[in-house]
Design a protein around this ligand. Structure first.
Ligand code: BTN
Length: 252
């Protein structure tokens, strides 16, 4: 049985055999006053959500479909730091627990050999007084054996990468323990440490990329990420663009 020592994560766990989306459940529970660190976990999601309105395929008992309710002591504009913290924790846990080499693709995709194995969707409720709550949802494809349609080309699972089944509980405990460590740095005002780890795990920096957002497309060299999680891209004209949201593809 996996042993795990956590201080604030998982003091309350809301477990569902099946639900629409753990992020939707978590937002409801958070609005009703759920504790900082509460976890919402489902075996299956029937309406799993990805970034930019996409669907997150979440079949029963093969993955980790989980949302964490946080009440962080940071400003709303700093919320992307939580996503970056989650991505670092996920990449480290996957590497440590499976030996599979994975990288972070800006802003928060975890890739194995160029295919997506995990993603993070962070949602926030804030007002004039600051953040009420943040829901950080994470999906990790652990033992999926197949993906529908065009997802076959762009998605993978830890089982497919490793060639054998992976213990979901081991990945879950590995992630929670790494996330708690990293989150404590964030709350202690030491986000720079997370950022350094993010840079080391990234597959974007120093590479030629194309970033497509709602109303723009930029091509150039990905130079760095800043403290707000923005990607800095030096375009053909030499101008450095600061990009807060979009989809990145790596260019040859
Ligand atoms: C992405 O990369 O597009 C983000 C994917 C996030 C998926 C997770 S699964 C648990 C949580 N509940 C959801 O509906 N989405 C997130």
């Amino acid at each position: 049985m996996a042993q795990i020592n956590l201080t604030f994560l998982g003091r309350r766990i809301y477990y569902y055999p099946t639900t629409g989306s753990t992020n939707e459940e978590a937002k409801k529970i958070a609005g009703e006053g759920a504790l900082h660190g509460s976890l919402v976990i489902a075996e299956e999601q029937t309406g799993g959500k990805g970034r930019m309105g996409r669907v997150w395929i979440s079949p029963p008992r093969v993955g980790i479909w989980m949302s964490i309710i946080l009440r962080p002591g940071i400003q709303p504009y700093e919320a992307p730091r939580i996503t970056m913290t989650g991505a670092v924790a996920a990449a480290k846990a996957i590497r440590e627990r499976t030996g599979v080499t994975c990288h972070i693709k800006w802003p928060n995709d975890i890739l194995v050999e160029g295919r997506k194995v995990a993603g993070i969707l962070t949602e926030m409720s804030a007002d004039m007084d600051g953040i009420n709550y943040v829901v950080m949802g994470i999906g990790i494809n652990v033992n999926n054996e197949d993906f529908p349609g065009e997802l076959k080309e762009i998605a993978t699972s830890l089982k497919l990468a490793r060639g054998e089944a992976v213990d979901r509980l081991d990945i879950l405990t590995g992630f929670l323990s790494r996330f708690e460590d990293c989150y404590n740095y964030l709350e202690a005002g030491e986000f720079k440490k997370i950022l350094e780890e993010w840079r080391l795990l990234s597959c974007n920096l120093g590479r030629r990329v194309r970033v497509v957002g709602k109303n723009f497309a930029v091509e150039g060299i990905a130079l760095d990420v800043d403290d707000d999680g923005a990607l800095l891209v030096k375009s053909e004209s030499g101008q450095v663009e600061r990009i807060l949201s979009g989809d990145v593809s790596l260019k040859a």
